[in-house]
Ligand binder design. Structure first.
Ligand SMILES: [Fe+2]
Ligand SMILES: [Fe+2]
Length: 561
């Protein structure tokens, strides 16, 4: 599975991938000149056949779903037929959105049909076609279910860091197919995909083709139930918009947030739960967007008109919203705190505030500074992340200890804002009350070729230890494989702290899926969320469809409404 070796500066592909993970992830194969157009890079004007079909929630998941897809060339009269039976229903015409990849010059055609005025908690049949659909006699068809309203039970699933099953792409693995099938095994109402969708930016000559392989892989599930993504560092691509998110934003129709950054962060409400999806690259210190390691410059195709991107260049977007995202988050949380029909607040983001991965990125102080105080003030119950390709669960945390970290190199005291656990033992009744603290889950085991299942340990006392990134790790020059050539890398986390907040870490495998079952409870009683984490032992060596239960926990609290 590792026959296609990208240029990795003397490392084997597997070593490189681990190295890339450890350094915040670098763009692979950045040393080659891009072919102007690959076999799949030419628009095919006659072919409007829908592919990469996926669903997302509209503003109100009980009444609105968006059907999105791509086609090899421009579609003519792209449309969706939707109804409560295959025969009945209405036709909705799709909106076309395109972008031209800023590295290889390929134009991508996507289509979005917003289906409103649906009945809650109802199954709908739909089909997707166009006048120039090769399958128009028997167009693609599937079903979806709208969300329930009021105090209702429902299930969702989550993981991040999925990649594609096409092993010639950097960081892809056959496990990514099994991961999509795992979602279908649990048949959730919807799935949360916590960033690092496909690692297209690690394959800079072929970004649109990687996205297509990702889209066709997830269609197996995402055409049947909404997959709600958040952007990760690997969605940041050179020459594709100010923050590099053009591909992500073109392909997904997500609830509006009222800012010019629509699609990067959003909220939606189902039953008694509020879901908030964030773009953590706005606040993290780590420098982990698209990166040219060298020794050669990255040469965009001549048709793009873009200049070569020199070795050592990274796309660092810290602070890109100028505080707008954090202000939106605070306003959204403040409104939720006043709404007594909301019992649960679940946040999704890609990077981690509490991760003690040994070979991954670790915890980022930027999230601790900007967002953890808001999670505390407004009582966020759960934070679901990816980024480190493993499974880790925190104790419920609230507040922080100051000045207890130390610089990884010098040992000098550093304020890492160490999160403070409110309990440090499994509760006797097996139930955590998250009104007292927020639980963070790292769910980075989607399907990449770079699983991680090793965690930091303080050699002095054998207790969990975390790396913490407290400042930008900008690329630094090292020695090249060829004399005179320069290769850049990014240093790892600069600080260490005792991971007193770490409750459970999966050391058997990096791969898994979390399943969440919300029970609304009854008026005056308790409401709960049962979390079951299933992992795939052995998948680090041989990809497998076998997901087994690793642990179950219950969050329970008094119902407000
Ligand atoms: Fe990742
Ligand atoms: Fe990541």
């Amino acid at each position: 599975m590792h026959e296609a070796e990208p240029a990795t500066g003397g490392l084997s592909r597997r070593e490189f991938v681990r190295e890339a993970s450890a350094t915040g992830l670098a763009a692979a194969a950045a040393t080659s000149t891009l072919a102007p157009f690959g076999a799949r890079a030419q628009a095919q004007p006659g072919d409007g056949t829908p592919e990469q079909i996926h669903l997302t929630w509209g503003e109100d998941p009980s009444r609105s779903v968006v059907v999105s897809w791509a086609s090899p060339g421009p579609s003519v009269n792209a449309r969706v037929h939707v109804g409560e039976s295959p025969a009945a229903g209405r036709v909705i015409h799709a909106t076309q959105r395109c972008y031209t990849d800023g590295l290889n010059g390929q134009t991508v055609f996507t289509y979005h049909a917003r289906v409103d005025r649906l009945r809650p908690n109802t199954t709908f049949h739909y089909s997707v076609t166009a006048d120039n659909d090769r399958n128009r006699e028997q167009p693609f068809s599937a079903t979806f279910r709208t969300a329930p309203v009021g105090h209702a039970a429902f299930r969702w699933t989550s993981y991040g860091d999925l990649a594609t099953p096409v092993t010639s792409w950097a960081l892809s693995s056959p496990q990514s197919r099994f991961a999509v099938e795992a979602v279908e095994r649990f048949k959730p109402l919807f799935h949360l995909l916590n960033g690092d969708l496909c690692y297209a930016n690690m394959n800079p000559a072929s970004q649109p083709a990687v996205w297509a392989d990702f889209g066709n892989n997830v269609q197996v599930s995402a055409a049947w139930r909404p997959w709600m993504p958040c952007p990760g560092n690997h969605e940041i691509e050179f020459n594709n918009g100010e923050q590099g998110f053009n591909s992500y934003l073109t392909r997904y129709s997500l609830p509006h947030n009222g800012s010019r950054f629509s699609g990067l962060w959003y909220q939606f409400r189902i039953g008694s739960a509020l879901f908030i999806s964030l773009s953590a690259d706005d606040v993290v210190y780590q420098d982990s967007g698209a990166f040219v390691a060298g020794p050669a410059a990255l040469q965009p195709a001549p048709s793009t008109g873009h200049a070569p991107i020199e070795p050592g260049t990274s796309l660092y977007i810290h602070g890109y919203s100028g505080g707008e995202q954090t202000r939106w988050l605070e306003a959204t949380l403040a409104a939720a705190s006043k709404d007594h029909s909301i019992d649960w607040i679940i946040v999704q983001m890609h990077q981690d505030a509490l991760s003690s991965s040994k070979n991954g990125n670790g915890s980022d102080k930027g999230i601790r500074e900007r967002w953890l105080p808001l999670f505390d003030r407004y009582g966020v119950d759960l934070v679901l992340c990816g980024h480190d390709h493993d499974y880790e669960r925190s104790w419920p945390v609230r507040g922080c200890n100051h000045d207890v970290g130390r610089d990884a190199a010098s040992g000098v005291k550093v304020d890492t804002l160490q999160p403070k656990p409110v309990v440090t033992a499994e509760p006797a009744d097996g139930r955590f009350d998250t009104s007292h603290g927020t639980i963070h889950l790292i769910l980075g085991g989607g399907g990449t070729s770079s699983p991680l299942d090793a965690y930091g340990v303080d050699a002095a006392n054998g207790l969990p230890q975390a790396k913490v990134i407290t400042r930008r790790n900008r690329p630094v020059p090292g020695s090249g494989a060829t004399p005179g050539a320069q290769v850049f890398s990014k240093p790892g986390a600069d600080a260490l702290e005792a991971a007193i907040w770490s409750a459970r870490r999966d050391t058997q495998t990096g791969y898994g899926i979390a399943v969440f079952d919300l029970d609304p409870g009854t008026a005056g009683g308790k409401t709960s969320i049962t979390i079951s984490y299933y992992h795939a032992p052995g998948a680090d060596r041989v990809p497998t469809s076998n997901y087994e239960l690793f642990e179950t926990m219950v969050l329970a609290k008094k119902r407000r409404g």
